[in-house]
Ligand binder design. Structure first.
Ligand code: PEP
Ligand code: MN
Length: 263
C-alpha cells in the first residue's frame, strides 16, 4: 500500500543508481522528444554538466494531434541507452502501450506513465509486473485520490518502486497550459510514503515560468523535478515553447543549489 498509515518512513526509489526520495533534490532533465543522436547527445552533455542526475526523453509520444511528430520509437530508445552509457545518467521514458513494455525495460531505467494513461489499468498492471521504477504522472483531470489509487494498481501488481509526478491539471485558467497544483505535493507527502516529483514544464507550458515553479517545488517539499530542455527550442519537434535553453538550465541549477546539495 502507498499510504503512510502502513509505512511511516519515506520510500526511496532508485532510478539506476540515483536515489529519488532521499535527502537530495533530484533533477531529471532532457528533451520532450528524442529527435536525433546529435540533439540528444548534446543536450544530455549540457544537463549532466550542470548537475542533472537522470535523463528524460520521449520515444513514444502521446500527441494531441495525430498529425504531429509521434516520436522515434525503438530508435529513440536505443539513442537514450547510448546517451546513458556516454554520460552515466540513468534514463526515464514514456511507455504508452502494454506492447511497448518489454522494449522499454530493455533500454530504459525508469518507465514513465503519462498523464493520459494514468487510469489505463492494464498498462499500470503491466508496469507493476516488471518491478522497474515507474514515474506515474497525474492525469489532466485526476483527483489526488485517483492518482494514489492508480499507484496502488502498480504496487498491488508487486512493484513498490513508484515515483508520483504532479504535472499540472486542467482548470478554468487559460493563461498557462495547466495549473501546477502544489497543494497536491504537500498533501501527498502527508498521505503517502512515495517520493513526489514536479514537472514544471508541462505544469506551466511557459519556459519563463519553469525556474520560479521549480524553486516553489523544492520549497514545498517535492523530492525533485522532471524538466524539459532543448539546445535549440525553436526547432524542437514537440514542446519547444516550454523547453529550457542550455543557459536557462544552468541558471535553474544555480538557483536550486541549496536543495540539490543538501546532505
Ligand atoms: C511528457 O513528459 O513529455 C508528457 C507527454 O507528459 P504528460 O504525460 O504529463 O503530458
Ligand atoms: Mn513534453
Amino acid at each position: 500500500m502507498v499510504s503512510r498509515e502502513v509505512q511511516a518512513h519515506n520510500s526511496v526509489v532508485r532510478i539506476g543508481n540515483v536515489p529519488v526520495g532521499g535527502d537530495k533534490f533530484a533533477v531529471i532533465a532532457g528533451p520532450c522528444s528524442v529527435e536525433s543522436e546529435q540533439q540528444l547527445m548534446s543536450v544530455a552533455d549540457v544537463v549532466k554538466g550542470h548537475g542533472a542526475v537522470a535523463l528524460r526523453g520521449g520515444a513514444y509520444k502521446p500527441r494531441t494531434s495525430p498529425y504531429d511528430f509521434q516520436g522515434m520509437g525503438i530508435e529513440g530508445l536505443k539513442l537514450l541507452k547510448q546517451a546513458s552509457e556516454a554520460t552515466g545518467m540513468p534514463t526515464v521514458s514514456e511507455v504508452m502501450e502494454v506492447s511497448q513494455v518489454d522494449s522499454l525495460c530493455e533500454y530504459i531505467d525508469c518507465l514513465q506513465i503519462g498523464a493520459r494513461n494514468m487510469q489505463n489499468y492494464g498498462l499500470l498492471k503491466a508496469v507493476g509486473e516488471t518491478g522497474k521504477p515507474v514515474l506515474l504522472k497525474r492525469g489532466l483531470s485526476a483527483t489526488i485520490e485517483e492518482l494514489l489509487l492508480a499507484a496502488e494498481y502498480i504496487y498491488d501488481a508487486g512493484n513498490p518502486n513508484i515515483i508520483l509526478c504532479e504535472r499540472g491539471i486542467r482548470t478554468f485558467e487559460t493563461a498557462t497550459r495547466n495549473t501546477l497544483d502544489l497543494n497536491a505535493v504537500a498533501y501527498i507527502k502527508q498521505r503517502s510514503h512515495l517520493p513526489v516529483v514536479v514537472d514544471p514544464s508541462h505544469g506551466t507550458g511557459v519556459r519563463e515560468l519553469v525556474i520560479p515553479l521549480s524553486r516553489a517545488a523544492a520549497a514545498v517539499g517535492a523530492d525533485g523535478i522532471i524538466v524539459e530542455s532543448h539546445l535549440n527550442p525553436a526547432e524542437a519537434l514537440s514542446d519547444g515553447h516550454q523547453a529550457l535553453t542550455g543557459e536557462m538550465f544552468a541558471q535553474l541549477m544555480q538557483e536550486l543549489k541549496p536543495f540539490v546539495e543538501a546532505a
